[in-house]
Ligand binder design. Sequence first.
Ligand code: GDG
Length: 487
Amino acid sequence: MTQADFVVVANRLPVDRTPDGEGWRRSPGGLVTALEPVMRSADGAWVGWAGQADVDVEPFEFDDMHLVPVTLAASDVQLYYEGFSNDTIWPLYHDVISPPTYKRAWWDAYVKVNKRFADAAAAVAAEGGTVWVQDYQLQLVPKLLRELRPDITIGYFHHIPFPAYGLYSQLPWRKQVLEGLLGADVIGFQRVADAGNFARAVRRQLRYETKASGILVPDAEGGTRVALAKAFPISIDAESYVELAQRPDIQQRAREIREGLGNPRKILLGVDRLDYTKGIRHRLKAWGEVLEDGRATVEDATLVQVASPSRERVDAYMQLRDEIEMTVGRINGDYDTTTHTAIRYLHQSYPREEMVALFLAADVMLVTALRDGMNLVAKEYVASRIDNRGVLVLSEFAGAADEMGSALLINPHDIDGLKDAVIRAVDMPAAEQGRRMRTLRRRVREHDVEDWSRGFLEALSAFHGRSSRAADAEVEAGTDDDQADAE
Ligand code: GDG
């Protein structure tokens, strides 16, 4: 295996097994698209799990990328992935919407597996190269990697929220996780507020000094280096959505979807992984009440809810599925007619072409997350609306709300407010839809995913190896309102 100047480390490799179990195919997802140009130009490598437990796979080439599989035993999947990542960190970082479970055996597995990823990255990175670590499953990798390979530049991007200090401080291993992340030269977050929460946790727990976006971290030689903690909001490959939306077969499919639903006057759409952070129950409740109040009928509007299967072996997800399916059954039982339905519920995954057809068919897109790092679906919907029509109803608790102020912003906990927004969206005049949609589309097309990765990597190469004095001048030029927070 050759060494690479640019290495991505993520929980999953960007490929899945083909159905025959013999070959590989690219897994859908924005991260692969975002990183493809850099991967190609830098002859990059990608370190990650291939998705099957207890299977050793040798490094291999795919689509001009060197893929370096990390093996996970079934017990690692259970303790590190389903346990610590998805039943401790995920609920804690999403504001404890579901209670996090703290288990020492899960933490031990998390440490062990993070070491394995760090070892694999250290082995594949070339002298003086760059490693970009992705997301909450690998928060300890930056520090472990720096210890193994002080010569390399390390970036980390956090795709989910970073919680307020009062919640973060519940974590029994709160210091170790902060130290793990601070091994990176640049720690990227979705929102300014996430970076602020992180800096506050560092000040409170580790007593390190912060200056604007810079954090002064003691280094192994008794000096200080500066790590940058800053927002780099992620985005989508907007042009690929535009291209799909322009395809006549996909437009035809959108018309078929409408007809298949009995041509209701309006179609409302929700697209989410089936996850308790996405506010699917709140959305169903609001829609059920709109029908109950007689403010809409099933001939007026149908809600299509795609809930793609997710984390099906974690208890909280099984319970959520039961609750949602019971609610859908009740609402449909009460309001369906022989020709029209209140909710078309689809617990399935679809190809991207079908998703775009759904976006084109939907007059109103409902994103009602209770907490969400960004929410790419909101951006995919507006990118697909080449007709400048349609209304995005967007939770203010999704990172996307920071950039998408022209959506109808809602608080999903306020069911009356959500109901009013749904009605307003359904009744919105075409001219207002156009004004809002044009602004939203401009933003997403200007700040696409390539812009995101370029911005992060430029900051990373500019910031690496700063002595605290060199960086001081720069960070002091910024304002330090974060420091002014009452602590
Ligand atoms: C995490 C953070 C952050 C969903 N169902 C199908 C399907 N999808 C696609 C969507 C979208 C992606 O999956 C989901 O992305 P989100 O951003 O909405 O949410 P998470 O999965 O929770 O992602 C999130 C993101 O990381 C990136 O940083 O925005 O906040 O939680 O692209 O379209 N795609 C297809 N079929 C489906 O059935 N093809």
